[in-house]
Design a protein around this ligand. Structure first.
Ligand SMILES: N[C@@H](CCC(=O)N[C@@H](CS)C(=O)NCC(=O)O)C(=O)O
Length: 221
């Protein structure tokens, strides 16, 4: 049985969605973020030393990293659905997006989250304006332009085809859902990106996406 070690409000929602798209049976082991630090609870380190979510266990294997988990599940159980065959140009494109999602577009989105927390974190009155000033400058000078660059790049990619992998919905779309949802929530994805907004509407309307939300529980970024 596939077990998803699922942290609330996290990337593991994508794995539940993939499993629903594939129509596979799975169980969920739930973990709650610390409300102050937002970190995962220490129990998750018993499953994988980094204690990050998602982690999936299946058939004696313990797998971490969203992209690796998505590729494993789709290759093993997809029966040629959702992921193109290895060695094809379509597979290269699909792999590109799996790596891009975590390796390229997520880092500036994570920086955005961190610097916004710096702006609002409690601090002595004489430190607060300095911390706020530095956080604001880093966002304006680096983080926001980087996010804008990625959003306009992805907006342009969706002018070429309906889905990121091409004509068919696939794992690339599942992988990119999290950064795009994060950008919609944290800033960066806006009315200048009508195709990305339409993409989010399309994925949110998918029955498998909605089933995954029901199983995963509350999801807000
Ligand atoms: N690149 C990793 C990132 C894993 C990650 O940072 N997950 C977050 C959830 S979205 C997490 O576990 N955060 C809690 C923590 O770091 O303790 C992946 O895609 O699996």
């Amino acid at each position: 049985m596939i077990t998803v070690h699922h942290l609330n409000n996290s990337r593991s929602q994508r794995i539940l969605w993939l499993l629903e798209e594939l129509g596979l049976p799975y169980e969920i082991k739930r973990y709650q973020r610390d409300p102050k630090t937002m970190l995962a609870p220490p129990e998750l380190r018993a499953v994988h030393p980094l204690g990050k979510s998602p982690v999936v266990t299946d058939d004696g294997l313990t797998l971490a990293e969203s992209g690796a988990i998505i590729e494993y599940l789709a290759d093993r159980y997809g029966a040629d659905r959702l992921i193109p065959l290895p060695g094809t140009p379509a597979r290269l494109r699909s792999n590109y997006w799996l790596h891009y999602a975590e390796g390229s577009v997520m880092p500036p989105l994570l920086l955005k989250l961190v610097f916004r927390r710096v702006e609002t974190a409690p601090a002595p009155f004489f430190v607060k304006p300095i911390a706020k000033g530095i956080a604001g400058k880093v966002q304006q000078g680096f983080v926001d332009p980087q996010i804008a660059l990625h959003m306009s790049y992805m907006e342009g990619e969706l002018s070429k085809a309906e889905w990121f992998g091409g004509a068919d919905f696939g794992v690339a779309d599942i992988a990119l859902s999290f950064p795009l949802e994060a950008a919609a929530a944290r800033g960066g994805l806006n009315d200048r990106h009508p195709r990305l907004q339409a993409f989010l509407q399309r994925i949110h309307a998918r029955p498998a996406y909605q089933r995954a939300l029901e199983r995963g529980g509350k999801y807000s970024l």
